[in-house]
Design a protein around this ligand. Sequence first.
Ligand code: DC
Length: 270
Amino acid sequence: MLRHCLCHSAWHLAPSHAQRDRLDFYHGLLGVSETGLEDRSSLIVAIDGPSGVGKTTVASLVAKELELPYLSTGAMYRSVALKVIEQGVEADDREAVEEMARDIDLSLRLADDGQIEVFVDGEPSGDRIKGLKVAQTTSQISAYSDVRKRLVALQREWATRHGAVLEGRDIGTKVFPDTPHKFFLEAPTWVRVERRWLELRARGRTDLVRSEVEREFLERDRRDRTRPDSPLCHDETYSVIDTSGSEPWEVVEKIVAEVRAKSEPSAGGA
Ligand code: DC
């Protein structure tokens, strides 16, 4: 029962009509589109956490509810990794990767659905960044400081102009440490591994061996948490939410309510 609930496929689905109606009702009660969040261009919502906690699902729905652009910063690191692979640069050649990251033609554009798309050399990265090889390379190159500097500068420049919900590993610790809206999503390791495994199979990767997927997942997790520059972590300025026993919409509701409460003029927040 618990396992069924924790690994529920709802984490990868669009909201049902019932969920939508419920949130519309809630939305109306809170008046999210009305006063209080009027100046959305200054609103920065940071959603951090490890792989497999449901960050993408939650962050993109939170962005819709708050009518803010949504940026997956992981997609930016993955886009650099894609270029590293395409150019035949060795991922462990730090100097070569950092040089490429300094020169890369990387831009962000707002799509009609509110998502911010990453473009490399004028081409959208799209689904090309979703494979396992890209994930492995990303895990290596995201540890390099000059890669991070370049991408963090772009994240700050873009989000400061428009306001945004940003999803990543270091948004509340490094990119926007002063935002009052910081959320750290977590879930037990086995739940995260299970979600990733189901996600890969849903994408047709039935050839993969589970133990191998698990080993790589845990290795990437370890790297994200232990790298010297901007390791995955959180402090007391974050609201920590365990997503394992909840439906995505419950987590979204919690975050939207908290942002709304802190954004009311009387709350003295952003
Ligand atoms: O969120 P994701 O799975 O798309 O992230 C891919 C990789 O990028 C992951 O190994 C961690 C890294 N990353 C990072 O170092 N900092 C971020 N802000 C976002 C992602």
